[in-house]
Design a binder for this molecule. Structure first.
Ligand code: NAP
Length: 299
């Protein structure tokens, strides 16, 4: 018999990939505060009573808590909202999962490190240095310390969902190209790990099937940088000669991004590798597939 999964925040970038990768093998109830698909129904995770009632009624085998305020600037400007959504609602989720004696899945971030080390493995000590990172890290700690059974996966620079859902770097570049940009301004000293939502969902599925509970780094293979991603993107699109990349420092974007980003947001899937459970592909392979799948006829 198919198992049941209740998913919050499923209308976002990652949620779409979870829906597509799990829907054939599981019975899903997908929710979000923003109902942007016919397969979604409404739930605001801040409403404790509604969250509990909904999940208990559905009686799932797993609770996937994806919902979050994932915009770093929004979290900085409204810390109370950030802690309500990213931290306190996680406590609600853990209590519901424990009440039903089911595992909870929580998504953490490479941003919980202070970015001074060039690569962070699963056992590196987090040191969050902004409201978003702090709110997510406290959520992570709450799950690990209180959930009876849990999966915590730390993702890197997310990419997925295409023009409709992607709020991140690749879509920002694609939009500029669509608008006819012949020059892209890219920060030169930011390094990180790409996380393609579909690769992530597939690796999560594997861990669930194998019942390998625990906390894992999960990003595509190979450290990269903003500049390298932009170059690779232009190569995939065949625009290397037509579009110029101009390297700038963070000051160039000071009006857009108030907060200084860590130098390194790179994570290594050391634990998955040691367990023989790492199926995350090279980031360049994932980027090509992403562009070919989601952006045909976009430009
Ligand atoms: N994006 C990244 O680079 C990244 C990296 C590492 C980890 N993560 C984590 O991955 C998870 C999924 O994020 P994502 O990348 O898919 O971001 P996303 O596209 O913003 O998805 C998050 C979804 O949660 C929804 N949401 C926000 N507040 C809610 C609430 N109170 N109740 C119910 N739904 C709510 C959002 O709706 P609105 O759009 O209306 O806010 C959005 O649809 C999050 O836990 C995030 O922290 C993301």
């Amino acid at each position: 018999m198919k198992k049941k999964i209740y998913i919050t925040g499923c209308g976002g970038m990652l949620g779409e990939a979870f829906y597509l990768n799990f829907k054939d093998d599981y019975i899903l109830r997908c929710t979000d505060r923003n109902v942007n698909e016919e397969w979604l129904s409404p739930l605001n995770i801040v409403d404790k009573g509604a969250y509990r009632k909904e999940v208990i009624q559905f009686n799932p085998d797993y609770l996937f808590h994806l919902a979050a305020l994932a915009n770093i600037e929004a979290c900085t400007m409204n810390p109370e909202r950030a802690y309500l959504v990213n931290t306190i609602a996680v406590e609600t989720a853990v209590k519901i999962a424990n009440e039903l004696t089911i595992p909870i899945l929580y998504i953490s971030t490479a941003g919980i490190f202070d970015g001074t080390k060039s690569m962070q493995d699963d056992w590196e000590m987090p040191k969050p240095n902004n409201v978003y990172a702090r709110s997510k890290y406290i959520g992570e700690r709450y799950v690990v310390e209180n959930a009876k059974r849990y999966f915590v996966f730390r993702a890197g620079w997310m990419m997925g969902g295409g023009p409709a859902k992607d709020k991140k770097f690749v879509q920002k570049l694609m939009l500029q190209l669509k608008q006819g940009a012949k020059e892209l301004f890219i920060i030169d000293n930011q390094f990180g790990s790409i996380t393609y939502t579909h690769d992530f969902a597939k690796n999560v599925k594997l861990l669930i099937e194998k019942k390998c509970f625990g906390l894992y780094n999960m990003a595509n293979t190979g450290q990269t940088s903003r500049v390298e991603i932009a170059k690779e993107l232009l190569k995939i699109l065949g625009l290397e000669k037509e579009v110029k990349i101009t390297i700038v420092d963070a000051g160039h974007f000071k009006n857009q991004y108030v907060l200084k980003r860590p130098h390194y947001e790179s994570i290594e899937n050391l634990k998955l590798n040691l367990l023989g459970l790492n199926i995350m592909r090279d980031w360049k392979v994932a980027l090509r597939e992403y562009i070919e799948t989601y952006y045909t006829n976009y430009l």
